[in-house]
Write a protein that binds this ligand. Structure first.
Ligand code: HEM
Length: 118
């Protein structure tokens, strides 16, 4: 399930409780940028994210790896639904259909940055 996908692939950078590492890896807990558009978060997972962002009052300019080659649509949907509904976060589930649609339009990690909610 989504929690298992998170523990196996994400917790090493974003932390077991989504707190991140200030200045290095952004928090997912309490991060409003990940609670809106299903398209944005699907594209971050499929294609990665690169460039400067501000999250939780801290700046980040790192590289989020792309998962299109290693995680299925169902696994990406499950982990996104997990991170949007735990650690105090509350946002609608992300469906595998949405991830499948986004997989049809490849983007660079820099293009994904342009989709990030301000
Ligand atoms: C950014 C989720 C794995 C490093 C993000 C964002 C999300 C996310 C949703 C966007 C945050 C925002 O817009 O504020 C995940 C999930 C993972 C995962 C669900 C597991 C499948 C990793 C791993 C690393 C990592 C393993 C480190 C090798 C980063 C970095 C950013 C980021 C550095 C910010 C990129 C920038 O500064 O532009 N992640 N992540 N992530 N992630 Fe991950």
């Amino acid at each position: 399930d989504g929690a298992q996908v998170y523990t196996s692939n994400c917790a090493s950078c974003h932390g077991p409780a989504g707190a991140g590492v200030p200045g290095a890896f952004p928090p997912l807990a309490g991060n409003k940028a990940i609670l809106g558009s299903e398209k944005y978060v699907s594209d971050v997972l499929l294609y990665g994210l690169q460039g400067q962002i501000n999250a939780g009052g801290q700046n980040y300019n790192g590289v989020m790896p792309a998962w299109a080659a290693t995680l299925s649509d169902a696994e990406i949907a499950a982990v996104l639904t997990h991170i949007r509904s735990t650690w105090g976060n509350a946002a609608p589930a992300v469906t595998a259909d949405t991830v499948k649609t986004e997989r049809g339009t490849p983007l660079t990690a820099q293009q994904v940055l342009a989709e990030r909610p301000q």
